[in-house]
Ligand binder design. Structure first.
Ligand SMILES: [Zn+2]
Length: 449
């Protein structure tokens, strides 16, 4: 299934993608030797369109307050009639879970109503197609090629399918990421690099705190809460302190698909087991061999995987201007997410809780409006502008992250003048390093959140 906008946007490009998508559904069914593929594909597409229409926009779905909807398990039948919820929860292993967070309530009630409204045969066709399409990257070659012809060429404009061995490495990373990561850090991430990166994080947290202290518009009450949140931020550098347990997962040589399905089920069961334990704020959500970083608001934590702690982002042997301009701005970016339009709504313990005075929050929102308007005015394509509201958190983090990295760089000089190297001042080398690292991130998002 595609993102909601593909089903509802009325541009000619989207209409063309919809036509090709219907052909893709039919092609997948034909490859699986399912009869009446074209007629079934039309009904599946119609059902997917109905589902897409009741889903929220991405911007709405990213608003933490709107998505904070705890429902009691026994309330689902009344709030979202149409689906046999007790059968659903039993199959999902959630019969003992008293409360469930419902991200988009109208989508849940809307889909449950669709279950009652549409014939069972259409749902069976839809689920058959979803199963085939979601695993097609591990099915025989014809499925892989059909998948790429649509999602690769049509949707994302990728000219060529990646080599098979690279796709195999991707799959192994996806399903056994931490097992691979453990070997990766043994070979490529030294204790010295970890210690150096950790000391940079400490410097940047300090610089960020000084920026909070300098905000003239922020009241002492809000400032104390912001300081508390910063002081309790849990920062993971390189790899997790405790590796996730893979025991019990069966891997065999005869079926890549079987391995992947067992790995997914294993992961699902691990997730269910967490329901009965306290929140683990040191849990990692990225694997060490990822060139990326992430802020985790509900853990008040950051992950900086080992693979981003290498050139051009980080070099333990390089001078401060190089490291602060590159990885420093990434670290600053991730710290800033704790205080962006979304992160600002979570407190030091990771709870969705307002810790701002009304005046301070109003000021913050008013200032954010200017940034939204600025990005709304950017047109990467003649018929398409940036959605400033949707990209607000990234834009706040980019700007604040660079600012705090620059402050961190100045602090690291401890009052001395920056050395001139190859005719370039410290400030020049800082911004050149920032630009180089930024250029690398194009095409592979620099931020997991
Ligand atoms: Zn980000």
């Amino acid at each position: 299934m595609l993102n909601r906008e593909y089903y509802i946007a009325d541009s000619s490009r989207m209409a063309d993608i919809r036509t090709r998508y219907k052909a893709h559904i039919a092609a997948v069914l034909k490859l699986a030797k399912i009869e009446n593929a074209d007629a079934r594909a039309a009904r599946i597409f119609d059902l997917e369109t109905s589902i897409a229409k009741i889903h929220w926009s991405r911007a709405d779905s990213a608003e933490a307050q709107k998505t904070n909807n705890p429902w009691k398990r026994e309330d689902f039948s009344a709030k979202a009639p149409g689906l046999d919820w007790s059968v659903f929860f039993k199959a999902a292993g959630l019969m003992d879970q008293p409360v469930i967070m419902v991200w988009q309530p109208s989508a849940i009630s809307g889909e449950a109503a669709l279950v009652a409204d549409r014939p069972l045969e259409i749902w069976k066709d839809y689920l058959t197609y979803q199963l085939l399409d979601s695993w097609s990257f591990l099915l025989p070659k014809a499925f892989v090629e059909e998948r790429f012809a649509f999602y690769g060429k049509v949707v994302t404009g990728t000219p060529q399918l990646r080599e098979r061995w690279k796709r195999a490495v991707d799959s192994t990373n996806y399903f056994l990421g931490h097992a691979v990561g453990r070997l990766y850090v043994q070979r490529y991430f030294s204790p010295e690099a970890k210690a150096k990166a950790e000391s940079m994080v400490a410097d940047l947290v300090k610089a960020f705190g000084q920026r909070i202290d300098k905000l003239t518009w922020m009241s002492p009450q809000t400032r104390a809460k912001a300081r508390e949140k910063l002081a309790t931020l849990k920062v993971g550098v390189g790899y997790p302190a405790a590796w996730p347990d893979c025991s019990g997962l069966e891997i065999s040589r005869d079926s890549a698909l079987g391995n992947a399905m067992r790995a997914e089920l294993h992961q699902y069961r691990r997730s269910l087991a967490k329901l009965y334990k306290p929140v683990d704020r040191s849990e990692w959500w990225m694997i060490p061999q990822t060139v990326n970083a992430v802020n985790l608001p509900i853990q008040n934590a950051l992950n900086f995987p080992a693979a981003i702690l290498q050139p051009p982002y980080f070099d333990p042997e390089a001078d401060a201007a190089y490291n602060y301009g590159a990885i420093g701005s990434v670290i600053g970016h991730e710290i800033s997410h704790s205080f962006d339009d979304q992160g600002s709504q979570f407190d030091a313990s990771g709870k969705l809780a307002n810790w701002w005075t009304p005046e301070d929050f109003a000021h913050f929102q008013k200032a954010s409006q200017k940034l939204i308007a600025q990005y709304d005015s950017y047109h990467p394509f003649p018929d398409l502008s940036v959605n400033g509201r949707q990209t607000l958190s990234e834009n706040i983090a980019d700007i604040a992250g660079l600012s705090v990295a620059y402050d961190g760089y100045r602090l690291s000089l401890k009052g001395k003048a920056a050395p001139v190297r190859q005719g370039l001042t410290g400030d020049q080398r800082f911004f050149i390093s920032f630009a180089r690292a930024g250029e690398i991130s194009i095409g592979s998002p620099s931020c997991g959140k």
